[in-house]
Design a protein around this ligand. Structure first.
Ligand code: ATP
Length: 259
């Protein structure tokens, strides 16, 4: 997908600007720099390849050329986004769920920031916020979507099974069309960020709902419980082994099914 194909595919969307890179370090880094230069709302950075793509805590996100959809969208916060800044990660996940559904695939959101198809990681979301004093100035919504089979990392580079949309769909995927559909869905969900419908859709798409899971941060001991749903701020609601309600704060948490 070159710049012209991309521009054609996205022509109907109300983007604030577009910067395309055949190859770049990290689209989130480019977007952060652009936001600091005054980029408008819905300015989009797209790369065909990332040489230093980032997951959380500086972990690597694999983005080989001509296979992924990798982009970072600059959001100048709406009132709803200022009130609910942690919902932006859910926004990214829901934006992908709709176009997957129209292609016959069910997205499961592995809280907080991954999208699974058939139990395997097909996309990751990295939201980074820019604050001026105590005011949210911009959110960078970064997404890496494994569109084609070649975007899936080699097995020795991952800790969780991975897949691509192409592999699960069982046929080739038009990346430009998929991209347009993701962004259109994102813009639609964004206008409903502060609604019950948004939270319901996010919760309904959660992976492992009703199942025993373990959640942990860093080197902490895992918390084990049954996954119930989400709090309004996107924190995870569990019931622990004694039947007590527990909330796992939205953040840098790992989640797995409990064995
Ligand atoms: P988890 O939330 O699954 O415990 P994590 O916090 O390590 O994982 P993220 O920061 O969300 O995950 O993503 C980075 C990790 O995802 C990498 O460390 C690697 O294991 C895996 N990964 C990297 N690139 C891809 C990709 N294109 N598709 C699937 N998985 C990937």
């Amino acid at each position: 997908m070159n710049k012209h194909e991309l521009q054609d595919a996205l022509a109907s969307l109300p983007l604030g600007g577009l910067r395309y890179f055949a190859s770049v370090g990290s689209t989130n880094d480019e977007a952060l720099a652009w936001a600091a230069e005054g980029a408008k709302d819905l300015s989009l950075v797209v790369a065909d390849e990332q040489t230093a793509g980032r997951g959380r805590s500086g972990r690597k996100w694999f983005t080989p050329p001509a296979a992924s959809l990798t982009f970072s969208l600059i959001l100048r916060p709406t009132a709803a986004e200022r009130t609910h800044p942690t919902r932006t990660t859910g926004l990214g996940a829901l934006a992908l769920a709709d176009p997957l559904r129209t292609r016959g695939l069910a997205a499961q959101i592995k809280w907080p920031n991954d999208v699974l198809i058939n139990g395997k990681k097909a996309a990751g979301i990295l939201v980074e916020s820019v604050w001026t004093g105590g005011t949210l100035d911009a959110s960078i919504l970064g997404m890496g979507v494994n569109a084609l089979a070649a975007s899936v990392p080699p097995a020795d580079q991952i800790l969780f099974p991975a897949t691509s949309i192409e592999s699960e769909f069982g046929a080739s995927v038009d990346r430009a069309e998929l991209f347009r559909d993701i962004l259109a869905s994102l813009i639609g969900w964004r206008s409903r960020l502060d609604t019950h419908e948004f939270m319901q859709a996010w919760e309904d798409a959660l992976a492992f709902r009703g199942e025993r899971v373990q959640a942990w941060a860093g080197n902490d001991l895992p918390l084990i419980g049954t996954l119930l749903g989400l709090e309004p701020d996107g924190s995870l609601r569990l019931r622990d082994e004694h039947g007590n309600p527990v909330t796992v704060q939205f953040g840098e948490i790992h989640l797995r099914q409990a064995v």
